[in-house]
Write a protein that binds this ligand. Structure first.
Ligand code: SF4
Length: 268
């Protein structure tokens, strides 16, 4: 979902939260917190980061600096894989060229160009609507220095743009601290107790920001995805999981791992 490449970021927002380098957000939860759930300490989040780092390595962001590119790419990524998304993006740019040309092209041509990315009838008009909203210059450079809330509020005001897309634009293009929460991050993070069970994707974005050191946001995002793809799948392989002792869901018996309660994964 991330658009490929190793990426890292530097903090631009002022103020450090508890722990010295936290992202400066209102730490009060903005969603109903189920009884019994307690926000994890920074120490615990860092311990999870370290364990994931041992497994999948330390990741560095490499922001590409083009927020409009990331915005369109992320719209194209909805409900498809990275390969199909990239094919759709390349065809769109090869066939129609500039953002102006894409915005003003007959919608049928945009739809046809992005067809390999799926949901073309929805994504084509949406991309054009967003480009219209951006105005004649299609310029989002101002997001680089804007206050974070203003930047996120603007992005999420665009047609069909939610928190995940906004977070992708902020971190992958502009090097600004966000933790995009996709289905992997949502599933794995929930099982590890990073946010309350049943929390919405939107709420999970706020919560991840509140608990993550800014310099760890990219790495945590990437490594939680990696863990979700390899081990903590919808049907998790808890018997192979190096985070099992830290896992709230496993301890509470809330998951049905491959291999049953013993977690022994059948060979072959
Ligand atoms: S112990 Fe199981 S549920 Fe918990 S993180 Fe590991 S694979 Fe996921």
């Amino acid at each position: 979902m991330s658009g490929g490449g190793e990426r890292g970021y530097a903090r631009r927002e002022g103020g450090a939260g508890p722990g010295g380098s936290g992202i400066d957000l209102d730490r009060r939860p903005r969603f109903p917190v189920p009884k019994g759930w307690k926000r994890p300490s920074r120490r615990r989040v860092r311990a999870i980061r370290d364990r994931l780092r041992e497994l999948y390595g330390s990741r560095r962001n490499d922001p590409h600096g083009d927020p409009v590119h990331e915005l369109v790419l992320t719209i194209l990524s909805q409900n498809t894989n990275d390969n199909n998304r990239d094919v759709a993006y390349r065809r769109l740019r090869d066939r129609l060229g500039s953002w102006d040309a894409i915005r003003d092209a007959p919608t049928d041509e945009v739809i046809e160009a992005i067809r390999p990315g799926g949901l073309a009838n929805i994504k084509g008009p949406r991309i054009q609507q967003v480009l219209h909203e951006l105005g004649p210059e299609a310029d989002l450079e101002w997001l680089r220095e804007a206050p974070r809330k203003e930047a996120v509020d603007y992005l999420t005001s665009l047609p069909g743009v939610g928190r995940k897309t906004a977070a992708c634009v902020m971190i992958f293009a502009l090097d600004r601290p966000e933790v995009p929460v996709d289905t992997h991050v949502h599933r794995v993070g929930g099982r590890l107790g990073l946010f309350p069970p049943g929390i919405s994707l939107e709420g999970a974005h706020d919560e991840m920001l509140a608990i993550t050191d800014r310099e760890d946001a990219y790495e945590l995002h990437m490594n939680l995805i990696e863990h979700g793809r390899r081990i903590c799948r919808p049907r998790p392989r808890c018997g192979e999981c190096a985070l099992a002792r830290m896992c709230v869901a496993r301890r509470a018996g809330l998951v049905s791992p491959v291999g049953g309660a013993s977690g022994r994964v059948p060979s072959g």
